[in-house]
Write a new protein. Sequence first.
Length: 136
Amino acid sequence: MGALVLLGPGSADSRPAKTNTVEESVSYEDKTLTCRDCGQNFVWTSGEQEFYASRGLANEPGRCPDCRAARRSQQASGGYNQAGGGFYGGYREMFVTTCSNCGKEARVPFQPRSDRPVYCSDCYAQVRGQQRTNFR
């Protein structure tokens, strides 16, 4: 009679259990969705759904293609407020003063104080260049 040998998880002959992995195929069908911006119905095609799934995107689009494009172009142009320059696209008040270096008129985006020098853009570039050279 032969000897009965039990092999544990750490022994050389233990093999991992086989698992059956099956690629799950999903079939997509065109869906009709409503745009949250304009309220119009639009079709989310099966091809678009496959694209979303391949990128790991789980949510359906909330905007129609036209509103998505408009939103993208608005964001690319610097924000939603188109009132003019400045932070977040808002209006920025400019103050007129005299350059402390050359005496020409200078327009600056802050209220000048008497205890600090204010430069025109040309003199500021020169002073800023000198400061950077001194710190190297």
